[in-house]
Design a protein around this ligand. Sequence first.
Ligand SMILES: [Zn+2]
Ligand SMILES: [Zn+2]
Length: 266
Amino acid sequence: MAMRFSILGSGSSGNAALLVTENTRVLVDAGFSARKLGQLLSAIGESLERVDAVFLTHEHGDHTAGIDGLKKFPHIRVFANAATSRAVQDGLGHKPDWQIFQTGSRFVFRDLQVESFAVPHDAQEPVGFRFTSGTDGDLFAPRRSLVWLTDLGHAPQNVRECIRECDVVVVESNHCSQLLQADTKRPWSTKQRIAGRHGHLSNAAARELLAAVASPRWRRIYLTHLSRDCNSRAAVELALADVRATLAACEFSVVEPGESTPFYEL
Ligand SMILES: [Zn+2]
Ligand SMILES: [Zn+2]
């Protein structure tokens, strides 16, 4: 096994996942309070004490709400680019152990190779990640990659190239465009922002991206960051029905708000 992976939660009320390799445990985003993160980790037999680092995609609260409470866990390093770290630091009462990377760079943390790539979203310098661990030809820990891609208004060419070479894709399928337009809770300007080029991927946009790239290497796709009001499991499944049929060897998993996923071994 090269990696194990569990989504602790996904959606506008919080996003976080745990990635475990032979030599490290990292969180991807920390969008729940530290207390809640501790509870979510405990439910899968893990704890914040055992987490080595957090990788942040961008500064929005649904991805960073737990950073303040992590002051009780000073051993946890926080990886982000400079613009994201500045934006998060502004709201903190302590200084985390920041590990600053350049967007687009590749680096190694313990036995995890990390690549970040720019995504179009209304934040300072939002990124997606590709995490790789293991070795080609190693039967026990073969080389495996996972892409984390949430919070983007559209998928430019660089994103399409990044998601092709990986085994697992975690991708946003935020809203159903019809449900968003019909929604009465949100003002027009908010709807425009969500649906815009720097907002969130609709179900149709997620479908288009997966259908256009359709990598034979993919083994599992998680559809995440679903809007509670403007999306549903049924709407995502309907939108993705044809691409699911095309990618018959690939498992699809829709992650609803408030749901955690069991460990998946890559
Ligand atoms: Zn978000
Ligand atoms: Zn965001």
